[in-house]
Design a protein around this ligand. Structure first.
Ligand code: HC0
Ligand code: SF4
Length: 573
């Protein structure tokens, strides 16, 4: 422990704390801008300056370690003036059209300017570049909004181990962009959107598709079906002021009905379907000496990462489409037939916590008989915008239920949204199939939690199955490298592109870096899903009565010819 004095208050903190962390213990919240816990700790923006007695000049508190006997001041005229002029300088060449900005009211720079009481920018700096790159299906980069804090660069480099973004050009021309003036579309970007959720301003954002969805809703000829991913319910409430980790399933469904969608279904239903298909695919691969380990393919960011960086593992990818794509295919076949609706008139909207899903839905593979499985993908943030546009008072909504036809789901489907969830759901089903009974012990806690790589061995029907779970592509790379080096061997692996799984996807509500300092949003949002799992009547995918009906009436059995045509795909190197 270390004793030091901050703003005349004595405090004791563990060794290794920075001054920024130490100040929190005396209730002082030093402002920051470029700081992002564990990712971007570089002291570059100089907003977090403090005075240390005896030291020369002001010091960046986010990188300066607290030391025994230090006497620190965080609020003197000198500090206030320095912070203010630093932020004024950033603002002087920033595109300050706040009213029409994507991040109006969720911008960390805007909040900082307010907190520092900046009412005027005394000088106009050099104009920043005006490049807008909107070529991809998922991500828009707007250089005029960029403040060169480097947060996106380091997320992409260290958390994702990709490195699409970097500082390019020089001096006033400096831009954060892919190398060689390429578009994000031409770079090996996996569209995970981790750069977006960690950008303090509006320099990176999703490619919006709200208008096309409003148009479909408006068109009385079109039957508009919406489905929601598991993780959306764990975060949507944040957009309406609810604490992180609040589960808002019922209100979310009510809001979707009010927006005018003809049917509101749950992607979780299709997650159960995925488990049926993927579980049986695994059993076949094990029994018939197929390619192992089998690796999940439901995270499109991970699939792109595999295609770009580990093409040798493409044969290991499960042939299953991801749940929301399966749902689209079922809606335009089984559901259309059953309800006598022309499949050409069905418009499928997926609400996803993910920016990569927009590109996935546009992939050439994702259609059957020239009908796209999914017609539009909106992020959790875009759904919140639609609810706000419609002036719906979210907090006052009464809980509502998903529509019955394809809205039922089990606890196994809902945990898909957290890292380890797909694995756990699959094990619940595979174990029952192999053991030939309804096992009671269904919580596979070894695959839960936020450790980067999780491993376990499970004995099922007398066979030992070795499994692993990785999340965030840096962890995926580490795992795959170990397998290639012959150090590890598995039967089944779950990989999700984002650290924490879908709950922390690139389409989820923005959480300021300050809040992330004290709260692991991966943990809080996952709790909401595990809670929903425990309250469901059925917690195993193969017990979902609607899934069984779907097989009886239409698909025959898992991995049948028909199931393959609709629900599977293949990726090529
Ligand atoms: Fe996920 Fe999914 S669980 S990828 O993480 O598998 O995005 O939430 O919707 O499709 O179900 C995201 C979340 C999904 C899909 C499901 C899977
Ligand atoms: Fe990097 Fe992901 Fe952003 Fe692409 S979307 S630049 S891969 S962080």
């Amino acid at each position: 422990k270390i004793t030091l004095t901050i703003d005349n208050i004595k405090t004791e903190v563990p060794k290794g704390y920075t001054i920024l962390e130490a100040a929190k213990t005396v209730g002082v919240d030093i402002p920051t801008l470029c700081f992002l816990k564990d990712v971007n700790e570089i002291g570059a923006c100089r907003v977090c300056l403090v005075e240390i007695e005896g030291a020369r000049g002001l010091q960046a508190s986010c990188v300066h370690p607290a030391a025994e006997g230090m006497v620190i001041k965080t609020n003197t005229k000198k500090i206030r003036d320095a912070r203010k002029s630093t932020v004024e300088l950033i603002l002087s060449n920033h595109n300050r059209e706040c009213l029409t900005c994507f991040r109006n009211k969720s911008c960390e720079l805007q909040s900082l300017a307010e907190e520092l009481n900046i009412n005027d920018i005394p000088f106009q700096g050099e104009e920043t570049a005006k490049t807008v790159d909107a070529q991809s299906h998922s991500i828009v980069r707007d250089a005029s909004k960029c403040i060169l804090c480097g947060r996106c660069i380091n997320v992409c480099k260290s958390v994702q181990k990709i490195g699409v973004l970097d500082f390019t050009k020089r001096g006033y021309e400096t831009e954060v962009a892919p190398a060689f003036e390429k578009s994000m579309d031409e770079a090996p970007c996996i569209y995970c959107g981790q750069c977006i959720v960690n950008c303090p301003v509006a320099a990176l954002r999703e490619k919006e598709d709200i208008e096309r969805v409003w148009d479909a809703i408006e068109d009385s000829e079109v039957h508009v079906v919406v489905q929601t991913a598991p993780a959306v319910r764990a975060a949507l409430g944040e957009e309406f002021g609810l604490p992180i980790g609040t589960r808002v399933t019922g209100k979310m469904v009510a809001a979707l009905k009010r927006l005018g969608f003809d049917k509101v279904f749950d992607t979780n239903f299709a997650a159960d379907l995925t488990i049926m298909e993927e579980g049986h695919e695994l059993l076949h691969r094990i029994q018939d000496n197929g390619v192992l380990p089998m690796i999940t393919s439901c995270s499109p960011g991970w699939v792109r990462f595999c295609e770009f960086n580990y093409p040798q593992f493409i044969p290991n990818l499960s042939s299953c489409k991801s749940p929301h794509q399966m749902m689209g295919a079922i809606l335009k076949s089984y559901y259309a037939e059953k309800h006598n609706i022309d499949p050409e008139k069905i418009f499928v909207v997926s609400i996803m916590p993910c920016t990569s899903k927009k590109t996935e839905a546009a992939r050439p593979e994702m259609e059957v008989a020239e009908l796209r499985d999914v017609d539009a993908v909106l992020t959790t943030r875009e759904l919140a915008k639609m609810i706000k546009q419609a002036r719906i008072n979210f907090m006052k909504l009464e809980d509502s239920e998903f529509d019955p036809a394809l809205g039922d789901y089990t606890g196994a489907g809902v945990i898909f949204g957290a890292t380890g969830g797909v694995m756990e759901a699959a094990l619940r089903t595979v174990a029952d199939v192999l053991e030939g009974q309804d096992l009671q012990n269904i919580e596979y806690t070894a695959v839960r939690g936020i450790e980067g790589i999780k491993e376990a061995e499970v004995t099922l029907g007398g066979n030992t199955i070795k499994i692993a779970v990785a999340h965030g592509t840096a962890m995926a790379a580490e795992l795959l490298d170990m397998i290639e080096a012959g150090e590890k061997e598995y039967h089944f692996i779950e990989i999700m592109g984002c650290s924490g799984g879908c709950v922390t996807g690139g389409g989820q509500p923005h959480v300021p870096a300050k809040v992330k300092m004290d709260c692991d949003i991966r943990v809080e949002r996952a709790k909401a899903l595990y809670e929903e799992d425990t309250v469901k009547q059925y917690r195993k995918s193969h017990q979902n009565p609607l899934i069984n009906k779907l097989y009886e009436e239409y698909l025959e059995k898992p991995n049948s010819h028909k199931a393959h045509k609709l629900l599977h795909t293949h990726y090529e190197a």
